[in-house]
Write a protein that binds this ligand. Structure first.
Ligand code: SAM
Ligand code: DTB
Ligand code: SF4
Length: 344
């Protein structure tokens, strides 16, 4: 039986990365089927409820005011329009509706509309997820009270590389918000981006950070950088194409995340649009069991429903029908290196 551990050392994570590829995939696939139905993939839909004009300087993001990406800033969407979009996602078979806002943090005046949106989407029978930037403990409590199921807040990369990508906040700010979300009793969704020019050691640090949180995030999105023209990282990649992440290294990252966090849903997130079917298939074999559906992510293109249906048919994958293991019991896992102990 595989134990749930939150005491991973960096060396142990590095050793997993170093395994021969076939051995790594075998181990990841073994852990995957111990905790999840391997043929089922969770379908999530993304909607940008407030686009662009963000004061943060994240080097990958088209929505930063510092980027010359052509993305136009909008106001927070009208509640009714969000609910309309959620209804379409539900009709298309989505299980979770994830809403993103290009904010450093929500302002208190935004909270009533956000609360209304959460309540409305939840009333449709969809799981709700929001990603709104940094949260205070009070804001996290308000979202919990509104019924928010998940909050997405990515650590994005390892602690050492973080300051090379973002200067307007600290890694610790991210960890503090994750703690506020956890303390409020909201499920945590946290992952990051691979292919930002980071080293293997940074990817080790990235997985290590998530796998040694007091409790593993219930969802772990692994994004491949979508290089957007006009962003620092998009332009850097255009100038140095060799910096593009190797597909096998991307699959390795997914596999290590799966082994280190057996119960989490590992989401193959941004970047699928330019990923081959074979690479995506390897990611599913390596334990990815969730995707974003639809033609658009927040601002960037996504693989799209037609190509996803074709891929699912080829691979014999089906949309996840049952609740996630941790949500089914309403429990998560406590810090321990010895046992898999559900925490209340
Ligand atoms: N503003 C909020 C924040 O930063 O937490 C929420 C929205 S932000 C766009 C959500 C996440 O999208 C980021 O943390 C990052 O991991 C991911 N992301 C943004 N731009 C991306 C890109 N070009 N390629 C891959 N992932 C990206
Ligand atoms: C996450 O990790 N990936 C999603 C979701 N969380 C919010 C966002 C991906 C954004 C890709 C770039 C864009 O659409 O602008
Ligand atoms: Fe703003 Fe989020 Fe984009 Fe950073 S990733 S610039 S915080 S929208």
């Amino acid at each position: 039986m595989t134990l749930i551990r939150t005491d991973w050392t960096r060396e142990e994570i590095a050793d997993l990365f170093d395994l021969p590829f076939a051995e790594l995939l075998f181990r990841a696939a073994t852990v995957h089927r111990e905790f999840h139905p391997p043929e089922q993939v969770q379908l999530c839909t993304l909607l940008s409820i407030k686009t662009g004009g963000c004061p943060e300087d994240c080097g990958y993001c088209s929505q930063s005011v510092k980027a010359d990406s052509g993305v136009e800033a909008t106001k927070l969407m009208d509640v009714r329009a969000v609910l309309q979009s959620a209804a379409q996602a539900k009709d298309a078979g989505s299980q979770r509706f994830c809403m993103g806002a290009a904010w450093r943090n929500p302002k208190d005046r935004d909270m009533p509309a956000i609360v209304e949106i959460v309540k409305g989407v939840r009333a449709m029978g969809l799981e709700t997820c929001m990603t709104l930037g940094m949260l205070t403990p009070k804001q996290a409590d308000m979202l919990k009270e509104a019924g928010l199921d998940y909050y997405n807040h990515n650590v994005d990369t390892g602690p050492e590389y973080y300051e090379r990508v973002i200067s307007t906040r600290k890694y610790q700010d991210r960890l503090d918000t994750l703690q506020n979300v956890r303390d409020a009793g909201i499920n945590v969704c946290s992952g990051g981006i691979v292919g930002m020019g980071e080293t293997r050691e940074d990817r080790v640090g990235f997985v290590h950070t998530l796998a040694t949180l007091e409790r593993h995030p219930e969802s772990v999105p692994v994004n491949a950088l979508v290089p957007v023209k006009g962003t620092v990282l998009g332009d850097m990649l255009a100038d140095t194409p060799l910096a593009k992440i190797d597909d096998i290294e991307f699959v390795r990252t997914v596999a290590v995340a799966r082994i280190a966090m057996p119960m989490s849903m590992v989401r193959l997130s941004a970047g699928r649009e330019s990923m081959s079917e074979a690479t995506q298939a390897l990611c599913f074999l390596a334990g990815a069991n969730s995707i974003f559906t639809g033609d658009t992510l927040l601002t960037a293109p996504n693989a799209g429903d037609d190509s996803d249906s074709a891929l699912f048919a080829k691979l014999g994958l089906t949309p996840l029908v049952q609740e996630e293991p941790m949500r089914a019991t309403g429990r998560s896992c406590k810090r321990t290196s010895e046992t898999m102990e559900p925490a209340e």
